[in-house]
Design a binder for this molecule. Sequence first.
Ligand SMILES: Cc1cc2nc3c(=O)[nH]c(=O)nc-3n(C[C@H](O)[C@H](O)[C@H](O)COP(=O)(O)OP(=O)(O)OC[C@H]3O[C@@H](n4cnc5c(N)ncnc54)[C@H](O)[C@@H]3O)c2cc1C
Length: 656
Amino acid sequence: MREPRDKRLGMDRRISRRDFLNGVALTVGAAMVPRSASSLAFELALGDDAPEKGPGYYPPALTGLRGSYEGSYADVHALRDGRFWESAPSAADTGEEYDLVVVGGGISGLTAARFFRQRAGRAVRILILDNHDDFGGHAKRNEFREGGRTLIGYGGTFSIDSPAPYSAVAKGLINELGIDVGRWERVVDAKLYASLGLRRGVFFDKETFGADRLLPMPGRGGDDEGADSTPASPGPWTRFMAEAPMSERARHDLQRLHRERKDYMPGLSSAEKKARLARISYARFLTDVAGADPGVVPFFQARPHSLYGVGVDAVPAQDAWGLGFPGFQGLGLEPGPGRGMNFDSIRHPEAESYFFHFPDGNASVARLLVRGLVPAAVPGHTADDLVTTRVDYARLDEAGAPVRIRLNSTVVRVRHRGDAASAPDVEVTYARGGKLRTVRGQKVILACWHTVIPYVCPELPEDQKKALAYGVKVPIIYTNVLVASWTSFLKLGVSQVYAPGSYHSGVNLDLPVSIGEYRCARTPEEPILLHLMRTPCKPGLPARDQHRAGRMELQATTFEDFERHIRDQLGRILGPGGFDPARDIRAITVNRWAHGYAYQYNSLFDPFWLEGGEPPCVTGRRRFGRIAIANADSGAYAYTDGAIDQAHRAVSEVLA
Ligand SMILES: Cc1cc2nc3c(=O)[nH]c(=O)nc-3n(C[C@H](O)[C@H](O)[C@H](O)COP(=O)(O)OP(=O)(O)OC[C@H]3O[C@@H](n4cnc5c(N)ncnc54)[C@H](O)[C@@H]3O)c2cc1C
């Protein structure tokens, strides 16, 4: 520990992460195989003892480093590095034969199993394999206990929410699962935080802006919003102009960008302007086109992080216009998307009204899918009772069941038994508990990440493998911090904080949602979950290189490092409101998604996206013999509905 600062932050305090090492329970010993990274020999010694059947196996309650936790990716990385087969034991044939084997137990894989069953008949036998200790892929549930109650958080996928309207197929699935999106307004207490006087804030950190300062977020229009701005209680812009730790010119330009209705590109048509904006970053637009002081750029830098995983240096100005960023009011751009815009920057009113958030995000969608596939594992009948239902992991993989979900199983090889055009079936080899096993499938759907597929299925054509390797998934961290109360938020008047220069660019109070028997925190004295987000990236590089650099950073960051950043940042933002990180933090779960969002194309870096040509995701997802490819990567679209639509296509292909 780096005394005495660490002591002040509470790095020595007992929180529930102390009982766990990197999100893997130590206390249950062999009942939960710690598939620790390193040594295959160690795993061999443990044997294949079905940890999911052990008492206490309940991954949602694990704290510490989760998401892609230590060990979950060891086998795939060994494959990538060409080391895996050097020391691998020989594979034992389980003798299991399935109509369909699905690789990847995320929403795409689970949906593929459901659609296959619906179309091929309920008598079919399906096996789903996933390398993690829990199903759902990115759609993961985090649970905490405090003061005799359970608090539920989302470790990944936040909500049913997509920039484009859900397709008929995706909407049909959501309806079939019993999710009534139209009920959203009734389950969320949308006015709770506003009724307590809480609003959005912006935190300036001293490393970036020269001083630590939390201010109300100035908004659209550039004038003080609301009639509540008085000399005694100034509005956001008044406080911003007086107190923001930025140069006078930068502050002035920031307000000008919001207010001004000037055409910075006179003489060009709307289409010509859009074409130019597609080729420059928003950062360059601000300084070179709108003539703003470079000091405004750090203020905007992290604004697109939650969608793009990179900052304004790598987001096209045309996309920034679509996202509603300031500076475009006077350009006279015609409504409607311009060529090359990223899906995220295109607004569809229909899509905007299709929204639903469960306390565990879309882990509820995954849990409902599993309830349909393996009813014994997920008791209950409705989307409401699901929220507090405890999954029985021991029932997921039962001999004789038509659908089996086998966790802790990394697929390392998928190959036709013979020529792809005429082979009778496909052999799938997976590593589990240090042993290699094979099963056979009449059909296989690879619902895992595109980047993994060339290593797992080397028999694919070379051009397809190259296309599969093109997209670089966006690294992202979603952290849940359990705190004893949120009185500090009340004192500071914020419910969400944008922190453009800090380690985490966002700190939010959990959304106040109550469903079924689950009740959100309603008074500031109650415990609550804080949600922190970081998308590591390296400004200045092309987007895919930024994601690679971010991933390297994540891999090299220990839980202790994350914890120190969390305690430091929360202390600095909330300390003036009475928050004491040493006293108030009760538990931390860091969901590390080194391979997060599917890569979406960007007009600055992906020429085919602007100029035309087949995108790599289309080449990459081609059916090959008895093998089809699903996963959100197949649509280069980082949303749940994309994962569903791709599953639907893949099922149609294997059944064709
Ligand atoms: C932090 C975060 C927040 C998000 N928020 C939203 C949101 O609010 N709304 C929204 O619509 N979308 C959101 N998304 C995107 C959404 O989660 C995904 O598009 C969707 O869930 C992807 O599902 P999938 O099944 O295609 O992939 P995944 O969920 O990634 O599942 C694939 C699974 O395959 C496994 N796998 C990989 N290789 C192997 C192997 N060799 N053997 C066995 N298993 C393997 C992976 O570990 C993983 O479990 C978010 C994503 C992230 C990361």
